[in-house]
Design a protein around this ligand. Structure first.
Ligand code: C2E
Ligand code: MG
Ligand code: MG
Length: 569
């Protein structure tokens, strides 16, 4: 056991010598006694020397003693302080102890027995405090610092950054779909998943970057740097890589997305409160997209959220006022480089705000239930548009229509879709409903029943954003799903990230083994296209060929004359 290091703070060295003598009679190797004459020296001293206990002279001006104690307590000073003085009345002793002293020893009582008792008492107190701090400061499940602990550290980091002209980057990270993991797989799996997330995050950190668990499925990471934006981006890349591997909890493999938002002190968060709020706003913005998405806070984001709230009443009338339109994004067959189909994507022609994209109103429509009638309108309109395309001689064999998980909660789904299709002249085999894995996983039995019934009508199905939801390969075998659409977050990395390339190759192989087609979403570069072609991906949908365009533009693009006269890329 190492020696106990004691610092005596007293104008005269006499008491220090006395304590030295007493303790050294016992066993000189057990104690090391240091002395300094003023509180000022004492304030510096313990930080340089690993001091275990301080004896502080009570006569060193009482107010300054209390200040010292107050300060020590405020800073959670980790060293116990025993006051040394003349006999004092009990109530004064109590007030000193309340102010932060561990104990009070009158000089005339200074003998080996009392000294050792005081040392033992102070050490016990310290150990107990440390244990409580540990319990309060560290999350039991993950071992990561808790919210309160994180706040304290963050305030210190902001202070230090200010004096060294650095920045503090704060990231708020939320696990996507965590409630569903809890609800469908149970809390034990939920807990194990949170532990695994924390382990992966910890792995992604570089020295000096601090992780904390803020709530059930929310973490924060802070870093101090001269270029916080840059360091954050690097960190995000590492998190994405680590997060992408499936979570092997119990017998079911789960893939989880996460949403990350970041604000930077002092640029986009001037104090703790603002920094946290802005990083949270950015995280909520990132939530609108699937996969491991990330956003920096910028001034417009607050208004975006306020705008979304303001949209709610208008959304209710938008359908009646025919303010929605469908845009079409071509699907290209990689062998022939021809347009063979399209995905119908909804837009809102807002009377004052211009064209709004689905990320801005679909979550709201899902929340309010308006997605149900809106979804039927999309089916009807897509059928009508397809009819018109075929009349114009377009060689289109598939139109993808997105179905929200929420639409499966509508009891009339089957008869309504049947009725809508029977009112048009399209061959149901040309319609492909795009489902997300999560929508299927939410209520497997019911969704399974619905899509089996719909496929009897000839309708086809694809799994959208494949790889970002519940990776249940069982769905692929059990359900009548014809196509996998690989999420664009994987396609983005195929040319420079070995893991992404591996994942995409594996998905293509898997799909082909199960006799399904594969569509790569979000291909933007010639290199990505080359990779996909080399790996026998069937189709591509991405900006490299075309973004979603209006119905008229799509018809022009896909017209037989156009196909003969020009290469679409
Ligand atoms: P999604 O079904 O995965 O649709 C693909 C999204 O990726 C579209 O965004 C498309 O514009 C975008 N995209 C395609 N290629 C690229 C690319 O190369 N680069 C980039 N950066 N993006 C690309 P959009 O139109 O904003 O739609 C977002 C999501 O909104 C859709 O994701 C879909 O989940 C949902 N959505 C769209 N229309 C409907 C609808 O009618 N009903 C329902 N329930 N959801 C819809
Ligand atoms: Mg889709
Ligand atoms: Mg998609």
């Amino acid at each position: 056991m190492s020696a106990i290091s004691i610092l005596v703070v007293d104008p005269s060295p006499v008491t220090s010598h006395f304590i030295h003598e007493l303790l050294h009679c016992e066993d000189p190797s057990l104690y090391q006694i240091n002395w300094c004459s003023s509180i000022k020296d004492a304030l510096n001293e313990p930080r340089d020397n690993p001091t275990d206990l301080i004896f502080l002279d009570h006569n060193l001006s009482q107010t300054s003693n209390k200040n010292y104690l107050g300060k020590a307590r405020q800073n959670r000073f980790p060293i116990p302080i025993v006051l040394l003085g003349n006999s004092v009345p009990c109530d004064e002793e109590r007030s000193l102890i309340e102010a932060g002293a561990s104990d009070y020893l009158a000089r005339e009582q200074l003998n080996l027995y009392n000294l050792k008792r005081s040392i033992r008492y102070a050490r016990d107190m310290k150990e107990r405090e440390q244990r409580i701090t540990e319990l309060l400061d560290y999350d039991e499940l993950t071992g990561a610092p808790t919210r309160q602990n994180f706040y304290r550290r963050l305030i210190r980091r902001m202070d230090n950054a200010k004096s060294s002209s650095q920045q503090v980057g704060l990231m708020v990270l939320n696990i996507d779909g965590f409630k569903r993991v809890n609800n469908s797989l149970g809390h034990r799996v939920g807990d194990m998943t949170v532990q695994e997330v924390a382990t992966r995050l910890q792995k992604a950190l570089k020295p000096g970057q601090q992780l904390a668990r803020m709530s059930e499925d929310q973490f924060t990471i802070s870093l101090v740097s001269h270029n916080a934006q840059n360091d954050m981006e690097t960190l995000v890349d590492r998190i994405r890589q680590l997060h992408r591997m499936p979570y092997n909890q119990l017998e079911r493999k789960v893939m989880l997305g996460c949403s990350m938002g970041c604000a930077i002190y002092p640029e986009t968060g001037r104090d703790l409160d603002e920094l946290l709020r802005h990083a949270g706003t950015a995280m909520h913005q990132a939530k609108k997209e699937r996969g491991c998405t990330f956003r920096f806070y910028s001034e417009g984001l607050d208004t975006d959220i306020a705008n979304q709230i303001a949209l709610e009443p208008e959304l209710l009338t938008a359908l009646r006022r025919q303010q929605f339109v469908l845009h079409y994004q071509p699907r290209i067959d990689l062998d022939s480089e021809r347009i063979v189909g399209a995905e119908a994507l909804i837009r809102w022609k807002h009377p004052t705000r211009g064209l709004l994209y689905p990320g801005e109103f679909i979550p709201l429509a899902e929340k309010t239930g308006l997605i149900v009638p809106m979804g039927y309108w999309v089916v009807y309109k897509a059928c009508k548009d397809l009819e018109a395309m075929l009349e114009q001689g377009l060689d289109i064999n598939r139109i993808g229509i997105n179905l929200s998980f929420r639409q499966f909660q509508d009891e009339t789904l089957l008869p309504t879709i049947q009725r809508l299709i029977s009112h048009t002249n399209v061959d149901p085999r040309c319609l492909e409903f795009e489902l997300t894995e999560t929508a299927v996983a939410l209520n497997e039995q019911h969704v399974g029943h619905c899509i089996r019934e719909l496929s009897r009508l000839g309708l086809t199905f694809s799994l959208d954003d494949f790889g970002t939801g519940y990776s249940s390969f069982a769905h692929l075998q059990k359900l009548p799903i014809d196509t996998l659409k690989i999420d664009r977050s994987f396609i983005r990395g195929v040319t420079d990230n070995a893991d992404d390339a591996e994942i995409v190759r594996a998905i293509i192989n898997l799909a082909h083994n199960l006799r399904k087609d594969v569509i790569a979403e979000g291909a933007e570069t010639a290199e990505q296209i080359a990779f996909l072609r080399e790996n026998q991906c069937d189709q591509v949908q991405g900006y490299y060929y075309s973004p979603p365009v209006s119905f008229e533009d799509f018809c022009n693009m896909a017209s037989p004359e156009q196909a003969q006269s020009a290469d679409i890329a």
